[in-house]
Structures are given as C-alpha cells and as structure tokens.
Write a protein that binds this ligand. Structure first.
Ligand code: SAM
Length: 271
C-alpha cells in the first residue's frame, strides 16, 4: 500500500502541541536495538495464525492492513509474507528505524496512535498486538485512537487488538528477570501497580553481554488496564461494533484468570 495514500496529504501529528502520550519518555528508545533479541522466544507466527483464524471465522480476506504500534514490524512482516498489503505505524522513532532495517518490505512511519492522521476508508484491517494499546494510558487517548481507526477503516473493516488485563498487571507479570540465564541480553524488571489509576509502572534494567560493545541502560514503561465494558463502550462511541472478546489464542470468553484478551471490532459504516 502506498504510504502517502494512507496518510493523506497532511498527516496530523498531535505530539507537537500536546503533551506526549506518557508511555514513559525513555520507553522503546535504547531497547529498540535489542528488541528482537528480547522477543526471540515470542511466537509471532502463531499469533498471526490466530489472527488469520479469526478472519477465517468471519469469512473475511482483508487486503490493506495497518500494523498499529508495529514496533520492529514482526507482525506486519509476517502478514506480508502471507500475502497481505501492510504498512506499519509506531510512536517510537527508534523502533520504526529498526523496523526499516529488519523488515524492509514493511513500510512504516512514526505516528501516534492517539492522533492518527489516516485517510478515510482506506483499510480493511487494523491489527495492534502485544499489549501495545495498554501503553495508551489515558482513556481519552484510547478513544481518539479508536476514532482514528474507525475513520480509516472501510465499511465492515476490522480492528483486531489485544490488551493485557488488570489481573495480569496487578499480579506483577512484568516483574521478571533472566539474570541466571546465559541469554546475551540480561534484564531485570520490577512492576508497580496503582489500583486506583489501573496503571502499571515497570522499571526495566538491561545489560547487553553478547558480542560487540557492552551496554547497560534503563527504561520505564507504563501500561494502563481497561475493563471490557469500558473498551466496548469506547469502540461503540467510535462507530465500531465489538464482534468478539476472546481469551487470547482461543475462541473462549475471557475469565477471571485471563491475562490477555483479544478484541475483534467491525467498523459500522454505511457504504
Ligand atoms: C510491546 S511493543 C509491541 C510492538 C509490536 N506490536 C510487537 O508485537 O512486537 C509496544 C509498541 O507500542 C508502541 N506505542 C506505544 N504507544 C504508542 C502510541 N501512542 N502510538 C503508536 N505506538 C505506540 C511502542 O513504541 C512499541 O513499539
């Protein structure tokens, strides 16, 4: 897909006049170079299998796809390999730069999901995986994101995204360490949960001990949990109908022990 066509002539980038989305000012900066190493165990291909299984259930074959919050482009690149026409968008310049290096077939731009400047009716599918939308920590921002997506979807177009649940963030799934492993990227993460604000702050420390120069750095990430009713309401306000909410990688409804859920929403537009 032509990026200029997707973006329109004047892509909006609200980050100039408005405070940046507080994903943590240092989030996805230094880690970008090591992100794929960190994600080596992540089964991206099965995640894309799952997205395709959802599409098959709905009897939909999307052509033009946006990988929103694409990171280094692992999901988008896999969708391209499977014949879709995909572009990527991410807020973090370093991640987009890395995406261009590792996934040259995936055109990607720096864009804030809370201020999407996409043209109307140009996409069949928007995917946003790996708790990317939890990084939008204000409800108004997530609402604007859904509105931007809805605007860009063709009538009947789909949005498929996952979210970490409050349970996942509350029980400290982000408190992790691999210091006793031999992996080249050592990490030590400590999460803090604020029940009132449904906000999880994760202090991340990294040490690269693989080939090349040694490096040590820290990043602070914030994720906000959203309840299912809240998300459904926001999607509805943005002109999208929630078709399904699944416990991740299944076709079952989420339960109290669900750590990640998938939303499948459809743009309710008249042709
Ligand atoms: C956990 S990573 C997931 C990346 C990718 N989807 C994947 O599966 O590997 C979250 C991504 O969301 C991006 N992100 C966070 N807030 C964003 C926003 N407001 N707009 C666009 N991208 C955002 C980050 O820069 C980061 O690349």
């Amino acid at each position: 897909m032509n990026l200029r066509k997707l973006l329109g002539l004047e892509p909006k980038n609200g980050s100039i006049d408005e405070p940046p989305t507080p994903v943590g000012t240092d989030a996805f900066t230094e880690i970008a170079e090591y992100y794929d190493e960190l994600m080596a165990p992540v089964p991206y291909k099965s995640w894309v299998d799952y997205v395709e299984a959802i599409l098959r259930r709905l009897n939909v074959t999307p052509h033009d796809v946006l990988d929103l919050c694409c990171g280094t482009g692992q999901v988008g690149a896999e969708l391209i390999r499977r014949g879709h026409d995909v572009v990527g968008a991410d807020l973090a310049e370093e991640m987009v730069r890395r995406c261009a290096e590792r996934s040259p077939r995936l055109p990607a731009v720096v864009m804030d999901a809370t201020h999407l400047g996409l043209r109307a009716d140009c996409l069949d599918l928007v995917v946003s995986l790996y708790d990317s939308l939890n990084y939008i920590v204000d409800a108004e921002g997530l609402q604007r994101c859904f509105e931007g997506v809805s605007h860009a979807l063709r009538p009947g177009g789909l949005m498929i995204f996952d979210l970490n649940t409050a349970r996942a963030l509350r029980v400290g799934l982000f408190t992790q360490s691999n210091v006793n492993s031999t992996e080249p990227l050592e990490y030590r993460w400590k999460s803090h949960w604020d029940e009132e604000r449904k906000l999880c702050k994760v202090d991340m420390r990294f040490r690269w001990r693989g080939p090349g120069d040694r490096a040590e750095f820290c990043e602070t990430h914030y994720e906000r949990a959203y309840e299912q009713d809240e998300v459904r309401e926001m999607l509805a306000r943005a002109g999208m109908e929630t078709l399904h909410v699944f416990d991740a990688y299944s076709f079952h409804e989420p339960g109290v022990f669900s750590n990640r859920v998938y939303y499948v929403a459809r743009a309710l537009k008249v042709e």
